[in-house]
Design a protein around this ligand. Structure first.
Ligand code: CA
Length: 227
């Protein structure tokens, strides 16, 4: 009888725990800056060697986006939050921005990432414009749209991009090793969603909560002043 009672108590605990999890998931409200995940106490340590940077190289705060040119939410983030960051923090020299490719959408993610890496290698002056052109070209429906022809067509807008070089880099996967570096960062930092936005050592739970982003940047600026 005693054993049965213990079994029942264990079962009840499991059921209550499961109900709690369901309750928490169903109450997943937008988070504020106070609910952000803190990876560790220091810099998150993302190795940005060879990665594109936008803004002043000596800007004290670094924001990294893990994104995918095939990801509609990344496009939306780039159109809504990113311009605010540029205006409020990047243009003032307080924040620099970097972008790491994520390949969650298969071959099209890979092709666009290889194209972007090629442009960054050979025509770094137009990298961010090409990056924006890729997101601008993303259609509303989520069907296939990234082909080598489409990538070359987008690149035609930029006279400094060598079309032949770009074609070769994508077709022969010349820049795949650069994309692999990004993939390794995705694994190393346990990136599971796009866009993932990281401000120094802080991973934003909701990358669309601009107030929370500002709060973190302000806090980081204060920390730098007090260092
Ligand atoms: Ca990269």
């Amino acid at each position: 009888m005693g054993k049965l009672y213990i079994k029942f108590a264990v079962l009840l605990t499991v059921v209550i725990a499961a109900l709690l999890v369901i309750f928490v998931i169903s109450n997943n409200k937008p988070v504020t800056g106070k609910e952000i995940v803190k990876e560790n106490d220091k810099e998150i340590g993302i190795d940005l060697t060879g990665q594109p940077l936008f803004g002043l190289a000596d800007a004290p705060i670094t924001i990294v986006e893990f994104g995918d040119f095939k990801c509609p939410t990344c496009k939306y983030w780039g159109e809504t939050i990113y311009p605010k960051l540029v205006e409020d923090f990047i243009s003032t020299g307080n924040v620099k921005f970097s972008y790491i490719n994520v390949l969650f959408h298969g071959p099209e993610s890979l092709a666009s990432a290889m194209a972007a890496e090629s442009v960054y290698q050979h025509s770094p002056d137009v990298y961010w414009s090409f990056h924006k052109a890729l997101y601008d070209a993303q259609p509303k429906d989520e069907g296939q749209w990234i082909t080598i022809d489409k990538l070359l067509e987008l690149a035609k807008e930029f006279p400094s991009i060598d079309q032949e070089q770009l074609k070769q880099d994508i077709e022969q996967e010349v820049t795949k090793d650069k994309v692999r570096i990004d993939e390794d960062l995705v694994s190393k930092h346990n990136i599971t969603v796009t866009p993932t936005i990281i401000i120094n050592d802080i991973i934003m739970v909701d990358p669309f909560d601009y107030e929370a982003i500002k709060e973190v940047i302000d806090q980081k600026q204060e920390d730098k002043i007090n260092e």
